[in-house]
Design a protein. Structure first.
Length: 312
């Protein structure tokens, strides 16, 4: 297939375009991306770091069965939660997905809220040395036992350069930096070149936004709906894998804590809402740092038309 892709790319008269639909969790990205894909007659590449795992359904707010039937999605339900898919893996996979889409279409839609994955796809990532699996397992277990405070203090002590500019409320980033430092003896910042890779397609970036109170209400309502849909049962089914880093994420870790006796159920639910709101704030901070994003009111009428106008 990739030989065919290369031939098509060489003979293509127009440069294909990727439309990125980003923004914070619960802002309404999925519905907008599906509408765009339908109008363009194309497919969607997910840029969500958890929706790719088959066993994580309710807590990741995956597109519904009807939505998945309406438009072809890539990077949804493709791996087991026991597999660790990195941003570097995503870069390779997503570029392949796009090449497949561009065989028959001049447009593709990328939809998701994982900023690092979108960066990997649109700009590429720096080449990094591998990490020690034993150290990775050990650090993740220590984080589970001791919490975010331990992780913040330890990262600050062992990699103060990274910590000084880090999103200290983001455990995934802190874990990655600490594991990297212990594995290589060097700060992860030493390998950042900030050089963008050239892509063979145009990129239009848009990010959806809502007034903060409205977004937070959506987050709270969606959490309640997830609980009604059976999120707790989903988490119980994943108990044998709870130490995998893929499950150290909002909506799952709080219910693991409930099952472990740390919280009452209602308190765990409130923690999910709080941590999801915190995550949304971090997403907004990430996307606002990238001046290439066009910000669009998620509550606007004719939203897909407004986004399509950006590509002209």
């Amino acid at each position: 297939m990739w030989v065919a892709v290369l031939i098509v790319s060489m003979n293509r008269k127009t440069i294909p375009t990727v439309i990125v639909v980003a923004g914070p969790t619960a802002v309404g990205k999925t519905a907008v991306a599906i509408e765009l894909a339908k109008k363009l007659g194309t497919s969607i590449v997910s840029a969500d770091s958890r929706q790719c795992y088959k066993e994580m359904n309710i807590g990741t707010a995956k597109p519904s069965a009807e939505e998945l039937q309406a438009v072809k999605h890539y990077f949804i339900d493709e791996f087991s939660v026991r597999e660790n898919i990195s941003a570097a893996d995503y870069e390779v996979l997503a570029l392949r997905y796009l090449d497949e889409i561009f065989l028959s279409n001049d447009y593709a839609v990328v939809c998701g809220g994982t900023g690092l994955y979108i960066k990997a796809l649109t700009e590429g990532l720096d080449e990094m040395p591998g990490v020690d699996d034993r150290i990775e397992k050990e650090v993740n277990e220590l984080y589970i036992q001791n919490g975010l405070g331990w992780l913040q203090q330890t990262t600050q002590e062992e990699d103060p350069i990274f910590y000084a500019a880090a999103e200290i409320g983001n455990p995934a980033r802190l874990l990655r930096a600490l594991i990297f430092k212990r594995s290589t003896g060097k700060s992860i910042t030493a390998f950042r070149t900030r050089e963008k890779k050239q892509r063979h397609f145009n990129i239009v970036k848009c990010a959806l936004e809502l007034p903060r109170p409205q977004l937070y209400n959506r987050i709270n309502s969606r959490t309640d709906e997830m609980m009604k849909l059976g999120l707790l049962d989903e988490v119980i089914s994943l108990l044998p894998f709870r130490h995998h880093k893929n499950l150290q994420t909002v909506g799952y870790s709080e219910l693991f804590d409930y099952l472990n006796g740390k919280y009452a159920l209602e308190e765990a639910i409130e923690k999910i809402k709080q941590h999801t709101r915190n995550y949304a704030k971090r997403q907004l901070t990430w996307f606002r740092k990238d001046k290439e994003y066009n910000w669009v009111d998620a509550g606007a009428t004719n939203l897909s038309e407004k986004i399509l106008a950006l590509k002209k």
